[in-house]
Design a protein. Structure first.
Lengths: 274, 283
């Protein structure tokens, strides 16, 4: 469990990025952190693996204060995939990139090999095993970065903008994968601007604005509330927008899924016929 | 009149084992807003690099077929010459920004074109204002967030006022409202100044409504090319795995039910779909 107790964080240049943030993320929970650029989303998640320590307040991961453990130890438990893969990749081949952390964590060679292959297959990268990450497209590099963290099987997984540069099929695979992780009681936290992806996953949504959390709840509730979304520079998902446009027709308001939308509209039609 | 035309364009990167784009033949009309999409790694970025001559002049490799941009055969003209006609906004803004201040980055291209000082001032301010980066003009680009850097990268291309602007996932780091505003600015450049826009995007929910023409690439080849409403409602597009806008999907799903009488114009955005539904539910 991640427990954030009234933290504030000020960068060395004086910018106060987090102002009194408190929250709890339980094991096996899937949460999406959303909000405008500069709201403090990435700053907040960097506290979860100890990359940043709060200026005041505290962050406990499974009851342990992040100030009391090294980032290296914490990384084994909390895997972090950065927004820009170029900040993370450095090896000469995709295979070496994924094996790097495993070697550092002291996994046996046979285990390392097996896990590398597993991660390559999972993310559709097997054909690039011997390719330099820098020869790949932006979307593919992003998947290499993800594979390199998944390979060591952390208990908590933080993904900063995982859908950037990913096509629809890749996103669908990512969604399936997250659901699988969730079923295994792993905690997944994504930072994202991709409202359509969040609408398809329906996770818990934490909305941030100017260093504070301004909304916290199920995606279908938060993403259908135009007032709070506008504050956080988020555009509602397209299905929600349709229902907002039709709000005078007294339809249900908390719909973000296309199949649910179809069913709701057909029900309305049927009632009218009667 | 086609402002970009390729005929059987095929290109392989140095050391590449197979072509990244194969037999690409497309025509982009002057003043159109063209959306290029397709699975990740399909060759979209490679094609964009051909439009301003980065391929073959910078990347080298092997190019076959023909490509003309604004009447110029790109193989015979230098990148510097092509840059007057075509501005390219890169996928990763860090690959594009290098100056010590935002303002200098935006002015850099104009200095190289020899634009007079007064004019330069005007254009730099215009581009900074349009992209919402005026307040950042004295900051160092490398200190900015990914989203802010993307705005600056767009500003530096807008300031050049090229005839063609090519944008490769230009708003991927921006929050949705910020992204929408940038797309509106780009659309306005097309509407008011007749600039030709080539946009590479996966997020069609945000962008399909602006497009006059859409090109879908898969494994280096053009697989669909034409009018957005037609293409996005086709079964092929869905099977390739293109992210069909949810408004379009809802329309398709409802059309299967004969009780729901929707109009024939396929919607690409929520307001179009809402208008249709209002009609259908009223009758």
């Amino acid at each position: 469990m991640i427990e954030v107790k009234d933290i504030r964080f000020t960068y060395p240049n004086g910018v106060e990025a987090l102002k009194h943030v408190s929250l709890r993320i339980k094991n096996g929970e899937f949460a999406a952190i959303m909000g405008e650029n500069g709201a403090g989303k990435t700053t907040l998640v960097k506290h979860f693996n100890g990359l940043l320590k709060p200026t005041s307040g505290s962050v406990l991961v499974d009851g342990v204060d992040t100030r009391k453990v090294s980032v290296a130890t914490q990384a084994r438990k909390v895997g972090f995939v950065f927004q820009n893969p170029d900040h993370q990749l450095f090896s000469e081949t995709v295979e070496e990139e994924i094996a790097f952390a495993l070697k550092n964590f002291g996994f046996k060679e046979t285990v390392t090999k097996r896990r590398v292959t597993w991660a390559l297959n999972l993310l559709g990268l097997a054909q690039y095993r011997k390719t330099s990450p820098f020869m790949l497209s932006g979307g593919e590099r992003k998947r290499v970065a993800l594979a390199s963290v998944l390979a060591w099987n952390p208990k908590i997984l933080i993904l900063d903008e995982p859908t950037i540069g990913q096509d629809y099929q890749q996103k669908e695979k990512l969604r399936q994968f997250i659901l699988q992780m969730k079923a295994q009681r792993k905690t997944i936290i994504i930072v994202t601007h991709d409202v359509e992806f969040v609408a398809e996953c329906n996770p818990r949504v934490l909305l941030m604005r100017e260093g504070r959390i301004v909304a916290d709840g199920e995606a279908r509730k938060v993403l259908t509330n135009p007032q709070v979304l506008t504050q956080a520079s988020i555009v509602p998902p397209q299905i929600a927008q349709i229902f907002i446009h039709l709000s005078d027709l007294e339809l249900p308001k908390d719909i973000i899924d296309v199949y649910e939308a179809r069913q709701t509209l057909l029900n309305v039609l049927e009632r009218q016929v009667k | 009149m086609a402002i970009i035309e390729t005929k059987n364009l095929t290109y392989t990167y140095p050391g590449g084992t197979k072509p990244s784009i194969r037999d690409v033949s497309i025509k982009i009309e002057k003043g159109d807003f063209v959306l290029i999409t397709g699975p990740s790694g399909c060759g979209k970025t490679t094609l964009c690099r051909c439009f301003n001559g980065l391929i073959p002049h910078f990347y080298q490799g092997e190019m076959k077929g023909e490509i003309t941009v604004a009447g110029l055969n790109i193989v015979k003209h230098e990148i510097s010459e092509l840059a007057r006609q075509v501005g390219l906004v890169f996928q990763n803004p860090e690959n594009q920004l290098f100056a010590l201040s935002v303002e200098k980055d935006v002015a850099f291209g104009l200095e190289n074109l020899g634009v007079p000082r007064e004019e330069m001032r005007k254009r730099v301010d215009w581009a900074l204002n349009l992209t919402g980066t005026y307040g950042l003009r004295e900051r160092a680009p490398h200190e900015l967030s990914g989203g802010q850097q993307q705005r600056v990268a767009i500003a530096s291309v807008l300031a050049m006022q090229p005839e063609i602007i090519v944008l490769d996932e230009p708003t991927s780091f921006l929050d949705p409202l910020g992204a929408r505003k940038i797309f509106e600015v780009i659309y306005e450049l097309k509407q008011k100044l007749g600039v030709t826009i080539v946009l590479v995007e996966h997020r069609l929910d945000l962008t399909a409504r602006y497009a006059d023409h859409i090109v879908i690439i898969d494994e280096g080849k053009v697989v669909l090319d034409g009018q957005p409403r037609k293409i996005l409602s086709s079964e092929e597009a869905r099977l390739i795995g293109v992210g069909i806008p949810k408004a379009t999907r809802l329309y398709q799903l409802l059309q299967k039910d004969e009780r729901m009488k929707l109009g024939n114009t396929i919607p690409l955005c929520s307001d179009e779909m809402a208008t249709m539904l209002r009609e259908a539910l009223r009758n």
